[in-house]
Design a protein around this ligand. Structure first.
Ligand code: H79
Length: 442
């Protein structure tokens, strides 16, 4: 009897909580992605290789996308920048063509970074490219149209962190006194400003791949109204993927887990989580030199071989690879980036079968290399191995034949219950990845 009464009280209390807070907390755990969304996740995983683009008024200073913060500039000082942002050489067609030549299947571009400056035609605030710059056009619209024409998916990076809007208050860890008032309306920032701009991005640019969120780490304990924002996105475009770069365990409503400058599960960057989702598609982002936004003094370029290895290791870890370029303020992508990307594209035109549409494994990624698979084929990517024989763990199915992907030449092997031994062809000059295709009995 007592138990029944306690139970009744419990039910009433929970009921009131539900009424008061608009839904039980665990309802957040009940995000059921739509069939369109699940299909988009598969396509995302198949795509494997994307172009990341950091481009904003900060590009003018050639000192990265954090220049506002790094130089501790005042608002009034930074607000001069848009006045000389005039990318006369911006050519959406050329950017998309370069991405395609690199073998990239999607583009993720900063619709706005932490400076809060909208690189698109926003009616929510005049802190945007159309109203504040002499260029006065919307490059994201041109890029979206071109991506649709050339069959490339376009994702928008959206910074939740904002160094410009006074309603981004209380401020977070990456804050300094830039002249903003010490008060502001956080709820209004989220509901009106951010959600307003997201509504624009999901309404005015045709079908988009999704939203890549950055900067949430600035206020890890704040209430970001995530469920409201995520629902808005999925309601406007159910297939749009939500990709948060918050460096935490994925939360309900999110569709991809992304890692910055690390493979899934690695944490050389110091801020990534070691947790790797076995449910969500994975992505790993990195830079082509050491900077995201255009940095005129950064000539520390990765070689095409280094890029290929990052891509292969990502694929072997069941992850996409999102490789960044920071275009110049005139709208051009510097030649040092373009030539490297084209070289990677040439490599992919030969080795793409072992990357696109595959999934990681079945063997665990290791220093010697990784495996990917699709259908009845397993691709053994030999990245670092100098000996003539390579012993691998056992596979459940019988190998029918083994051949080099590059030449089609047969590769000798032995298979037993203990494992496999492959006779490894010697690496050619600048041959970063020797790919051996194992055709498996079904
Ligand atoms: O958009 C690019 C970067 O601008 C953005 N993410 C990529 C894709 C990025 N900015 N910062 N970070 C990633 C890393 C964050 C570093 C931090 Fe800190 C360390 C945040 C908190 C601790 C040092 C201290 C920087 C701010 C406070």
């Amino acid at each position: 009897m007592l138990h029944t009464r306690l139970y009744a009280v419990f039910v009433v209390v929970i009921g009131l909580a539900v009424i008061a807070f608009g839904g039980p907390a665990w309802a957040q755990g009940e995000y059921h992605p739509t069939p369109e969304n699940l299909k988009a996740r598969q396509e995302f995983q198949d795509a494997k290789f994307g172009m990341f683009i950091h481009w904003g008024v900060y590009s003018v200073l050639g000192d990265g996308e954090w220049v506002f913060h790094n130089r501790k500039l005042k608002l009034a000082e930074y607000e001069r920048l848009p006045k000389f942002f005039n990318p006369q050489k911006f050519d959406a067609k050329a950017w998309v063509a370069l991405a395609k030549a690199a073998g990239m299947k999607y583009i993720t571009i900063t619709s706005r970074h932490h400076d809060g400056f909208a690189m698109f035609d926003s009616k929510v605030s005049d802190w945007n490219i159309v109203q504040r710059t002499p260029y006065a056009k919307d490059p994201l619209k041109m890029l979206a149209d071109e991506c649709h024409r050339q069959g490339i998916k376009l994702f928008f990076y959206y910074s939740q962190l904002d160094w410009h809007n006074p309603d981004y208050y209380p401020r977070g860890v990456a804050a300094w006194d830039n002249g903003r008032p010490d008060h502001g309306n956080w709820d209004s920032y989220l509901d009106n400003y951010m959600d307003g701009q997201l509504r624009e991005l999901l309404t005015n640019y045709g079908p988009i791949g999704g939203i890549w969120f950055g900067g949430m780490w600035d206020k890890p304990n704040a209430d970001w109204h995530l469920q409201k924002t995520y629902s808005l996105i999925h309601q406007l475009q159910p297939a749009a993927l939500i990709i948060p770069n918050h460096h935490q365990t994925p939360k309900p409503g999110e569709d991809v887990q992304t890692f910055e400058r690390d493979l899934p599960g690695q944490n050389t960057a110091g801020f990534n989580t070691k947790y790797v989702s076995d449910q969500l598609p994975l992505e790993s982002s990195n830079t082509l030199n050491d900077s995201w936004g255009f940095n005129i003094g950064d000539s520390h370029y990765k070689s095409p071989e280094e890029v290929e290895e990052l891509l292969v290791r990502a694929a072997g870890n069941n992850s996409n690879f999102l490789l960044n370029v920071g275009p110049m303020p005139n709208g051009e992508i510097q030649e040092e980036f373009a030539t490297r990307l084209r070289t990677v594209g040439k490599w992919l035109s030969k080795f793409g079968d072992s990357i696109y549409g595959t999934r990681g494994g079945p063997l665990r990624a290791a220093d010697w290399g990784v495996t990917t698979h699709q259908g009845n084929k397993i691709y053994v990517h030999i990245l670092r191995w100098n000996a003539p024989l390579l012993a691998l763990d056992a596979l459940p199915n019988k190998i029918v034949d083994a051949q080099q992907l590059a030449t089609g030449a047969r590769v000798e092997f032995t298979q037993s219950q203990k494992g496999i031994v492959l006779s490894v062809p010697p690496a050619g000059k600048e041959e970063i990845d020797r790919v051996i295709v194992l055709r498996m009995a079904q």
